[in-house]
Design a protein around this ligand. Structure first.
Ligand code: COA
Length: 205
């Protein structure tokens, strides 16, 4: 069974997703969305968004929150000219206010696969995470489309994503962009007693 948030409910009732009651409802003005290379000042937002995915389970195999300083090494490994991290920055207009605000709503990275092995230089792993309050509004689509346009310019011929096999939202978005299942690693992940596998979804550019 697949719930509206896209996570198979094999393990009982999924955690609620969507807007926090504490978060004011904001309208995304898509025409004001900007995708740019992440800078170190975006790392706090990137980390917060990643930690949301950890809390939600089955979106990443990390189980414990990470800190901005934990993530600094990862950030430095992503040189903008070879392994970029792209962030989506949206300008928001509050429902009843004229006040504009720029918010990082998601990110998408290209990471090296087996760094240092020359024969694997034209393949990268794609990862993407959208702020939980701004999903289902096209941010993921725009980030992936942008990354797919940029990847060949960086010399990549193949992209793959690694995802927990219960992550239906990601499977759907990857299929939408022509990724197909290249592999399944069965029952390798243990989420505190809940065992599941990992898919490899890949695409030739
Ligand atoms: C997967 C994810 C990136 C989608 O981002 P998003 O901005 O919400 O997606 P979009 O609004 O652009 O939707 C794009 C498509 O994704 C699929 N999709 C997105 N959310 C979905 C859901 N909850 N259930 C099923 N399909 C979903 C649909 O095919 C959708 O196309 P449609 O709107 O035409 O139906 C987002 O849910 C997310 O950040 N998940 C947690 C992080 C994660 O799992 N990353 C993968 C590891 S690399």
């Amino acid at each position: 069974m697949v719930d509206d948030a896209g996570v198979l409910s094999r393990f009982g009732k999924p955690k609620p997703k969507g807007l926090d009651s504490s978060t004011p409802i904001l309208k995304i003005r898509h025409f004001l969305m900007n995708i740019k290379i992440a800078t170190i000042s975006d790392l706090k937002s990137i980390t917060e968004i990643y930690n949301q995915a950890i809390d939600e389970e089955f979106y990443t195999a990390d189980l414990d929150h990470i800190t901005v300083s934990d993530r600094e090494k990862w950030f430095k490994q992503h040189s903008p000219h070879k392994y970029p991290i792209f962030v989506a920055e949206n300008k928001f207009v509050a429902e009843n206010k004229a006040e504009n605000k720029n918010v990082i709503t998601g990110w998408c990275s290209l990471s090296s696969h087996r760094p240092g092995r020359k024969a694997l230089e034209s393949v990268a792993e794609i990862s993407f995470y959208i702020h939980k309050n701004f999903r289902r509004q096209g941010v993921g689509k725009q980030l992936i489309e942008y990354t797919l346009r940029e990847a060949p310019k960086l010399g990549f011929k193949n992209l793959f994503a690694l995802l927990i096999d219960l992550n239906n939202a990601s499977i759907n978005i990857l299929k939408k962009y022509g990724f197909t299942q290249w592999g399944h690693l069965p029952e390798i992940a243990d989420f505190n007693g809940k065992i599941c596998g990992q898919f490899i979804y890949g695409k030739k550019l």
